[in-house]
Design a protein around this ligand. Structure first.
Ligand SMILES: CC(C)(COP(=O)(O)OP(=O)(O)OC[C@H]1O[C@@H](n2cnc3c(N)ncnc32)[C@H](O)[C@@H]1OP(=O)(O)O)[C@@H](O)C(=O)NCCC(=O)NCCS
Length: 204
């Protein structure tokens, strides 16, 4: 693969930019909204309380931002072109973060959040499509494996619209803020499949 890092990506309505400390508090505030973190965060539940405390998180984000420009980091903040407002973030992280048995940077996972105030306008799909185009076409990764809670159609509809293949077997996942395990759909997209789909290069 080509390690191009989180290069700026422009779509019709959005700009995806390398993350900076400037918008981390805003993104953390979005992440702390229960409807956002419920089927997104998979850090161990023992960190629940720490996650809710900005003073503790700030240090974590400051350290994280030191690597935001590294060529092996693929994580963007999402801005509206019209207003410059930060409305979410998305990533194409190492597959290892989703499945411990994967030890190959060419096989990656994806994740996305959009501020609930801006959901339902197609921004999630627009951002995801742009990032996945970049990862397959420019970075030339081999495969994306991912999953979404069955009760979270807003997320798995993005995967299905982009042509991800739903796997027969579901999995059970421990989400950070839920006590019980949640059943998820698993999805796979290969480079060959993505290129053969010939999706429009911008928002549908
Ligand atoms: C998933 C998420 C990023 C989608 O963002 P968005 O900007 O609202 O996405 P879009 O507007 O592009 O909508 C995506 C699809 O989901 C559908 N959708 C949106 N909200 C929905 C809901 N509550 N129930 C059912 N479908 C929904 C949309 O209609 C669209 O499908 P369509 O094109 O077939 O109509 C956003 O809901 C979010 O941040 N959720 C919380 C975090 C999360 O769960 N992340 C993913 C973890 S796997």
């Amino acid at each position: 693969m080509n390690f191009l890092g989180s290069k700026t990506i422009e779509t019709d309505r959005l700009i995806l930019r390398t993350q900076t400390m400037n918008e981390q508090k805003r993104l953390w505030e979005i992440l702390m909204i229960p409807e956002v973190n419920k089927y997104f965060l998979t850090v161990p539940p023992k960190f629940r309380e720490k996650l809710k405390d900005w003073d503790k998180q700030q240090k974590f984000y400051e350290d994280d931002m030191k690597h935001a420009n590294d060529n092996n980091v693929f994580r963007w903040s999402i801005f509206l072109k019209d207003t410059g407002e930060c409305i979410g973030r998305l990533s194409c992280h190492e597959g290892h973060d989703e499945d411990e048995s994967i030890n190959n940077p060419n096989i990656r996972g994806v994740g996305w959040i959009i501020d609930p105030k801006f959901q339902g306008h197609g921004y999630g799909t627009e951002a995801a499509k742009a990032m996945i185009d970049f990862m397959f076409l420019e970075c030339e990764i081999e495969q994306i494996i991912t999953g979404a809670a069955i009760c979270n159609p807003a997320s798995w509809k993005i995967m299905e619209k982009l042509g991800f293949e739903r796997q027969e077997k579901t999995k059970m996942i421990q989400y950070t803020f839920l006590d019980e395990l949640t059943e998820i759909y698993s999805y796979v997209m290969t480079k060959e499949r993505y290129l053969s789909l010939n999706l429009p290069s911008r928002r549908e």
